[in-house]
Design a protein around this ligand. Structure first.
Ligand SMILES: Cc1cc2nc3c(=O)[nH]c(=O)nc-3n(C[C@H](O)[C@H](O)[C@H](O)COP(=O)(O)O)c2cc1C
Length: 345
């Protein structure tokens, strides 16, 4: 693929609260590539959101899903985790924590929606979609993007036929895309990771993690990236529908540090430290959490209730290390501010 074939500024996919058509469409209409984090959407909702994006922009856009990973129930771990959640449930007036009947969306059904809707860009995190699925997406006219946090992951994704790789550095907000090696093998900084991945694969590489202004975009270009994918800075976009408590915590975020925690979902993710991350620190350090996505499903009620009541201490305050550089503005302004860092197009 020609490296000139896509915008230099990407709205990185952000699943959950931030995922919405207006933000994606605004970025596309401002000359960026908008990505929808679709992983937490049921297939019907995904289809509806894709249609809403198409109704608001004629530009190409992307949809990102979580590659499923094997997981197993473990009554002992679930009981320990439920005990850790119980005080939060009591404080929020919720029934006792429990594992719901459905812990994750049906990945193959989500993928079928993207193929049927002929979504122009389809991306994955948490794993390798495999050559078969990549081939099916190519047949439907999609460009396929994989997420790598180290060189072995990049090589595997390239072998499966991904057209573009996102190199996600350790600075990035929310979940690590890692799927090969121990945790620390997937915590390489963007500065160190991007040139290694650029050298290892022939496909274009997009830098992600810690990029929040024009200087970060310029640095990504120097490192050999073909574009910069930005998540955290777009959390403060006017169009981003996060809860007022989350937004207020982000706007005060310069005063707080981000931490890596697995306690909200069972996978490592970066966000602002709060009462919940502190209360679950020891549990996470012991490493005896239930498998992802069980904790994610078990913490959903408390996260939703905390959002409604404005209790930032029990919310997953996903944010990357560049949060202090982020500024509230319409998404189009953020795109233009970032794009000013890219030289020569
Ligand atoms: C709130 C939030 C949700 C995210 N959800 C997803 C997701 O669903 N899929 C994905 O591939 N990456 C997800 N990410 C990671 C971003 O796509 C991107 O890698 C990261 O935001 C880049 O680093 P930055 O936050 O420093 O800009 C998320 C990031 C944030 C901040």
């Amino acid at each position: 693929m020609s490296v000139a074939a896509f915008p230099r500024v990407w709205l990185a996919p952000m699943g959950g609260e931030a995922a919405c058509a207006p933000l994606v469409a605004s970025v596309c209409n401002a000359g960026g590539l908008g990505w929808l984090g679709g992983a937490y959407m049921a297939p019907a909702k995904l289809a509806q959101t894709i249609d809403a994006i198409r109704a608001s922009t004629s530009q190409p856009f992307g949809v990102n899903l979580f590659c499923p990973q094997p997981w197993a129930r473990d009554a002992q771990r679930e009981a320990v985790f439920a005990a850790a959640l119980a005080p939060f449930h009591a404080a929020l007036g919720l029934p006792p924590p429990a594992v719901p009947a459905q812990c994750e969306e049906d990945f193959e059904a989500q993928l079928a929606v993207l193929i049927e809707r002929r979504v122009p860009w389809v991306g994955f995190t948490f794993g390798d979609p495999g050559a078969g699925r990549v081939g099916a997406l190519h047949a439907a006219g999609a460009q396929v993007v994989g997420t790598a946090t180290n060189v072995p992951e990049a090589l595997q994704l390239a072998t499966s036929g991904c057209d573009v790789l996102v190199a996600q550095g350790a600075e990035a907000g929310a979940h690590r895309g890692s799927f090969l090696g121990p945790r620390d093998a997937g915590l390489v900084s963007t500065l160190a990771l991007v040139p290694q991945v650029v050298d290892a694969v022939v496909v274009p590489v997009v830098a992600a993690g810690g990029i929040a202004d024009a200087r970060g975009v310029a640095a990504a270009q120097v490192l050999g990236a073909s574009a910069a994918a930005v998540g955290t800075a777009f959390l403060l976009a006017d169009e981003c529908p996060i809860s007022p408590a989350y937004r207020a915590a982000l706007e005060a975020g310069a005063a707080h540090e981000t931490v890596l925690t697995a306690a909200f979902s069972g996978r490592w993710a970066r966000g602002l430290g709060n009462r919940f991350t502190q209360a679950t620190d020891a549990l996470v350090a012991r490493g005896d959490l239930p498998d992802f996505p069980i904790p994610n499903a078990m913490t959903r009620p408390l996260r939703q209730a905390a959002g409604q009541t404005g209790d930032a201490g029990a919310l997953s305050l996903w944010a990357g290390q560049a949060l202090p550089l982020a500024r509230r503005a319409p998404a189009a302004h953020i795109v233009r501010r970032l794009a000013a860092g890219w030289k020569g197009d």
